[in-house]
Structure formats: C-alpha cells, structure tokens
Design a protein around this ligand. Sequence first.
Ligand code: ADP
Ligand code: MG
Length: 544
Amino acid sequence: MNIIRVLSPDVRGKIAAGEVILRPASVVKELIENSLDANASRIDTDIANGGKDKCLVNDDGHGMSRADAPLSIERYATSKITSVADIDSIATFGFRGEALASIAQVSKFELETSDGNEGTRLVVEGGALKGVYGSERPQGTRIKVSNLFYNLPARRKFLKSVTWERRLIMELVKTYALVCPRVTFSLLDGGKAILSLMHSDSMLARAKALLPRDIADHLEVVDFEVGRTRITGLLSRPDLAATHRFSHIYVNSRPVKYPRLYRAIIEAYENPKNAPAFAIDIKAEPQIVDANVHPAKTEVKFKDERYITDLLVQVIKRDVFKRSVRIDYENKTYEATGAPQAAQRFVQDAAIPYGEDKVASIHDSDEFWQLHGTYILAQTKSGLIIVDQHVAHERIIYEKVMRGRVQSQRLLFPVTIELTSDEHRVYQRTKKALEEMGIEFKEFSSNTVIIDSVPVDFRIDREEIAGIFGELLELGDLAGERARIAQVVACRGAVKAGQKLSVLEMQSLVDRLFATENPYTCPHGRPIVVKLTLEELGHKFGRS
Ligand code: ADP
Ligand code: MG
C-alpha cells in the first residue's frame, strides 16, 4: 500500500517554502527527525570530517515499503499530512516532505530501508535516481549522505571548520537525545564513538548522562499540567553556581528557539548571577501551536503566548522557588480570551520582578532613545528595557482615571460632537463616570455635546474623542463597568505609536510607568516592557 502521497499544489502553497539545507548539521537534524517520526528506538549517527564527507543515520523504525521508498525523495512527498486542515494539527517533526528531496539534490545519497517484509536500496546522485535494488536488512532505515554540496562548490566553501561543524552536530544529537530519553543514541565521528547514550526512563537520567555533576545535581524536575497544557522538564535551582550552555526549550518535543519564553524563564529567576540551566518541554494541543512559521521548523509560535509564559513563570515560582502561587487558569480554553481582568490579575500574581530597575535606577540615566516613533529604549543597571510607548501611557492613564479626581485641562478649542441616538444613550449612561475621569461636557442640543476639558495628561484629537463613544457603544452592557470605560478612555487618550517624543517626555513616561501598580501589562493584558539583560546579550554574542 502506498502511504506516501504527493501533496497537492494547493497544500504546498500553504506551506512555508524552501527547506534549506545549510550545513551537515541540517542534514543530521532532518534524518534524526525522520527516524523519530518512524518510531525508532535506536538511532545511530555516523559522520566523517564534521559531516562534510559523510552523514549517515541508521534507525530501527517502521521503515518504508518498496513502493514508498522512491517517493520519499520526491519533493512534497510526505506520509505525514494530506490536507490543509492537517497543517493545523501537526504532531510529527516532519510534515513538508521536502527534506529528503532537498538533501538528495545536493549530495550523493543512498537510502536503504525495510518495512519488515522487503528491503530496498536506492542510489541517488544530485537528485537523479541511479538505481533501485533489493536489500537484506532488518526493519528500519539507513540514509547515507556523502559529499554534501559536491555539486554546489560555493556552498561547500561556505561551511565552517570541521571542528565547528562537528560541534553543531554533537549539540544537535544531544538536544534530541534529551527530549527523547527512551531512544538509544550514538554518534560516531571518523569511526570513533563520541557520544553513546543508552535508553533511559527520564529526562533527568538523560541529563545526568550528558552534564557534569555540579550542574546535574542542581536540577529540579518539574511536571505541571493545567487544562490541556503540560509543562515538563528540568530547571536548575537558584543556587546553581556553574556556568554552562544548558538551555533547551521544546514545544511538543520539538526543539525551538523561542526568545520570548527564554526571557520569561530568565526573568522568573529574578536576575540570577548565573544563567539558569533548563530543559523544558511544553506540550500543548497542536492546534494552538503554529509550527509552520519557519522552513527550518525551529520556530513555532503559540497562538496564546501570554498564557504559556504566565504558566511557565508560575511553575518556576512554585516548583523551583517553592513559593505558594495561586494558579487560577484551570478551566481556561484556548479560544481568544474575553476576560482581560482575569488575565491581568494572573500576571499581577506572577509579579515579574524588575526590582533593581525601578524608578531610581532609571532616573539615574538620561539614556533614552525612541525607535520607529513607537518604542522607548532605556538603559538600566542590568541592561536595557524596551517600552511600548502607547501601552505604557495607557497604563498610566488607566490607573489615574480609575482612582478618580483627575485634573483636567481646558481645551483651547472645545470639540463639538454630534452623536447618533445610540451613542447618545451611551453618553447618558457613562457621562458621570467620564466626568469623574476628567472629561467634561456641555450639552448643546438634543444629540450634540461639547467637550471642553480632558485629563491633563491626554494626547487626544477630535477623532479620538469622538471615537470614545463609538467604542463605548460597542461594549454594550459592559459600558456600565467603570474599568471598561477607563480602558477605553486610556486607550484613546494615550500617546499613539508613531508620535515623536522628546527625551524629557520619554523619561517622564518611563518614570510614571514604574510608579504605577502594574507597569508590566496594559489594561487589555498586553505586555508593556520587554527587558534585555546584559547577560542575555552576552549569551547571544557567545560571550558566556
Ligand atoms: P517529511 O518528514 O516532511 O514528511 P522528508 O523528506 O523528511 O519529509 O521524508 C519524506 C517521507 O519519507 C516521510 O514522510 C516518510 O514517509 C519517509 N521517511 C523518511 N525517512 C524515514 C525513516 N527514517 N523511516 C521511515 N520513513 C521515512
Ligand atoms: Mg522529515
């Protein structure tokens, strides 16, 4: 039976194109992922000359039939998805059916496979099938990629030193070995074993086989499940003193680069001296993960990122710092959240601490820059903060108007607004609250009002003022809630993205932001501050 199908052009178009094989490590990555997808319990990798001359991966997975084997090297041939709908629920590593085809194009390629009934061997050169033979081999697949880029000399020259390429492959094998502890892995380089990992029953056991004791002994096992999300893995205790490069994030066992999650973890450790060591696997329904954003598949994105980072921070507080935290997300579903208050409260509980970066230290510095008229960059003791000017201002105004007794300023030119009869009804309902918040009205005729004062801090024009009523109207019944009205007012009154600010204005905005009760999330639950520590920068530049 043919299990591998060629994807229709319609599906192909939807898939981020261009699987790019950059270097030997990308070959090894694709081959190991295929072996894992084939349910292998043992994966042996054998390289020569840092993988430049040979990358061979042998597994004991389910293998391929005689009919399927030649299809596996055709572009867009995959056994893993068949329709556009499937893209939303990817549960395997591969799904594009591009990897083997791409690799076979740029190498001398040999595939030997057996599904347990019949063995097949294919020989391919520069993408052209040279021969199909029978083979005697046990169930599983062995793919040998020789002379990578032999037909693309410029690409081959671009490869780095043998040592460098070998190290990348070594790191890669370790990365998969860590998240698949039940699989036996080995790595040979030039015939010499450089890694040998017997199957084990936990990530911790695997980590112990990979890490020096002074790190392995400081790891805490976490396993936390809420709703249909599960976070498992290892996190170092705060007293870890050793330096290391042990920072792995996986999403549904797929190793990913996810700077936002990385930052959330570092932040949860409250500026530790040494970077925390961690390997975290976040298991979530495939539907809430978009794995199709990058052809190399190292980037995924949670549709509800905030929820996941909050959970992660809570887990660290609870299981690593042993603090009692209240996790009130039990029944959350992944539909767009219609409850900003709850989300806000949750974040407040998590209280991501920027302690040392509070007002005082920021005030010491007059280093403020505005980026694209939208973000304020400010130097802090431990690095850099990036502030979204609009949401920062929104937060300041929101808290001010919620407290009431807001100072107003008279508008030079009062704004006359004609309201529709619906808007007028909303106006009547909310007038009192709006006036307490510093917006003052005069009634002119039946549906026309004049606004002659707004809160002192407002950056507002005619359109924005008129917009307040439209937005309040949209709130329906909720327009009776003070917090909702305050959200609308704050959003309308806040400085917009794209508005130029002077250094003094930026400084004042940042200072007032850090004087609010909750400087880190805007009234709608969006983040306000992103922090980049010197440590993270050092990490990115390979200094640590
Ligand atoms: P993808 O993994 O995206 O489906 P690949 O080009 O990596 O695309 O592989 C194409 C197909 O070849 C896979 O869908 C799978 O059916 C088959 N295949 C590749 N490697 C193996 C393997 N080690 N064991 C069994 N089947 C494999
Ligand atoms: Mg694949």
